[in-house]
Design a protein around this ligand. Sequence first.
Ligand code: HAM
Length: 428
Amino acid sequence: MKKKIIVPRGTADILPEHIYHWQHLERTARECLRCYGFCEMRTPIFEETALFRRSLGQTSDVVNKQLLELASEKESKLALRPEGTASVVRSYIENNLHRSEAISRLFYLGPMFRGERPQKGRLRQFHQIGAEVIGPACVHPYIDAELIALSVSILKDIGLMGFQLKLNTLGSPEDKDRFAILLRKNLEGQRAALCEDCQNRFDRNVFRILDCKHRECRAIVAQIEMGHRYLSPESADYYAQVKEALMQLGVDFEECPQLVRGLDYYTHTVFEISDASLGSQDALGAGGRYNNLVQQLGGAQVDAIGFALGMERILLALPEESLLPKESNLDVYGIALNEASMVKAFVLQAALREEGMATIMHYQLGSLKSQMRAANKSGARFALILGESELERQVVTLKNMSQGGQQEISIAQAPYTALFNAINIKDV
Ligand code: HAM
């Protein structure tokens, strides 16, 4: 027997019975994003590998261990995008968006790829809803607070409640350098007790140690008295204003001085939203400021902030009652009882579709009973029945599937929509 080909590890099919949850999430997010003035953009799902190396950081796990590279082209290496921010910034620069508006509010929805070890909530192909605010005029604590409030709104509107927003600031690049020195000083004495990865991270990128999931490393990190000693007065003031603005908007948060995020581009405000019900992969989404990335990638010195939410994790965390019941998309199920009426029904379907109705039919002649069973299963609002007697009189019998009423209508009576709607009343 031939070996069955199955879906690649760490990826998943989204079947019709689940797609409407996804569509509901997409609609909810789009509506929220619209209310905050964001416009959608779409970028390719692969880019030059150098884009990710230069933006996410050579020492980040996403670049070091998880980048899925494609067979290289002659002139450049290509990789599947592990996240959306780098591509949005690349496109922002390439299309000179800073010339057309002082602040660009951009969002995207789509698949991302990371070569991770798959487990519950951690996939190799997953989907993000991301939002980025980029522009020469986009440093203001209200912008940080508004963007964070937007991410929280999307989660609330879809029906999540038990999540937690963690907030921190990394300060300016100079503050970040001071933070790194401080961390090394605090960790130096215990360097040998850190895991092998963290021992390497100590010199290369000490912040990564704060993210380490190893129990020994977490215990060591937990003992460090973090505070915000590395912050300049200006950075401390900015952070205080972001917190104040969040309080004004009624957004609950918890300060978390150990939150540093796994990607290199962050400065100042960083945040993460987690949901304990998800187990070890508990981050529903995350984001922060990245005031130097545009310049780092060859653009002007413009500031930016953004976030991305993981769609699979949001759907995993949603309680049963927030999942919408499945609704059929079908208006009409055609039933033909002989060859001649099948031809007529076949053509009639085209007229119904012209009017915007969704209709299918079973192209195999069966008994009325068996075809009615199929019509019922399809969830269509109406069964359109055409047999010998209907054909002779040039009518069809329309049966309202939920209310039970039925009525004959003349085939010549197009357009049909109003006639169909009238049959919502139970008149036999
Ligand atoms: P990130 O923290 O790497 O940030 O990913 C954001 C969210 O994507 C995570 O919180 C999680 O919900 C989801 N996610 C990440 N990896 C996986 C995976 N392997 N399987 C399932 N879900 C996953 C970013 O991607 C940044 N670009 C966010 C950002 C935008 N910062 C500024 N702008």
